[in-house]
Design a protein around this ligand. Structure first.
Ligand code: KIV
Length: 267
């Protein structure tokens, strides 16, 4: 699915549970990402760094419960593929056993041996380059990457290395548009952009950002397609008012009883 071959762009969205996966699948997305962004988006944490394997397995199973037709990619969380190659393969396998079709991990040239080992265990791997959130401490914050010629060249070399290692696609996050375009041009595998401009082979967004359900201000690259947060608050306010004023539940929202039971209880 390279747009340079005339293919259409790929769509990917995150989901962390059955309802979000069901909705994303019904909308026809190509890929669902069980992102480790579950940490900040759903579990209310500062970043993704303390998301565990157990949590990723839990949320992957919840997404799989929707039986989506979309390809389900699950994130390997921080430290699940940094300590040893054996651990990395076992952790990737645990996400596959939870139902994922593929795993995603962050990093470039330095991840090649781990990627090769995971692929050697018959597990498809999606790479992730650029603003990689698990490196937030090393990067000194969530900052656009690849801005200097040297940094851009390093990312281009990493993209080549991920492709050579056997990744089937890679996420490109938070880089200047020209670099997103060049990374896509030099790669034989699809690039899925997020904050990488319009010329990547696909786009990914966080479910809660695109639907207006996020607690914090979304980054500049997010397009919010609906304000479900405002709709939800309005509906919840109406429910609270109906309960407080005795309008809920109505007769039709209550269970009836036989005449015998009614008469018995009335006496
Ligand atoms: O965890 C996540 O949501 C991601 C996307 C931002 C690509 O990795």
């Amino acid at each position: 699915m390279k747009r340079s071959d005339g293919d259409r762009a790929l769509s990917m969205v995150t989901a962390y549970d059955e309802p979000s996966a069901r909705l994303a699948d019904a909308a026809g997305v190509d890929m669902i990402l069980v992102g480790d962004s579950v940490g900040n988006v759903v579990l209310g944490r500062e970043d993704t760094l303390d998301v565990t394997m157990d949590e990723m397995i839990h949320h992957t199973k919840a997404v799989i419960a929707a039986r989506p037709s979309a390809l389900v990619v699950a994130d390997l969380p921080w430290l699940s593929y940094h300590v040893s190659v054996d651990d990395s393969v076992r952790n990737a396998a645990a996400l596959i056993r939870a139902g994922a079709d593929a795993v995603k991990l962050e990093g470039g040239v330095q991840r090649v041996s781990v990627i090769e080992a995971i692929i050697g265990a018959e597990i498809p791997v999606m790479g992730h380059l650029g603003l990689t959130p698990q490196s937030v401490r090393a990067m000194g914050g969530f900052k656009v990457q690849g801005k200097s010629v040297e940094a851009a060249e390093h990312l281009l070399a990493s993209a080549k290395a991920l492709e050579a290692a056997g990744c089937f696609a890679m996420v490109i996050e938070g880089v200047p548009e020209v670099l997103g375009t060049e990374l896509t041009r030099i790669s034989g595998i699809p690039t899925i952009g997020i904050g990488a401009g319009p010329h990547t082979d696909g786009q990914v967004l966080v479910f809660h950002d695109l639907l207006g359900l996020s607690a914090s201000q979304s980054p500049k690259f997010v397009r919010q397609y609906a304000d479900l947060g405002a709709i939800a608050i309005e509906a919840l306010r109406a429910y609270v008012a109906d309960v407080q004023e005795g309008r809920f539940p109505s007769e039709s929202e209550s269970y009836g009883a036989s005449q015998a039971l009614s008469e018995h209880l009335e006496n």
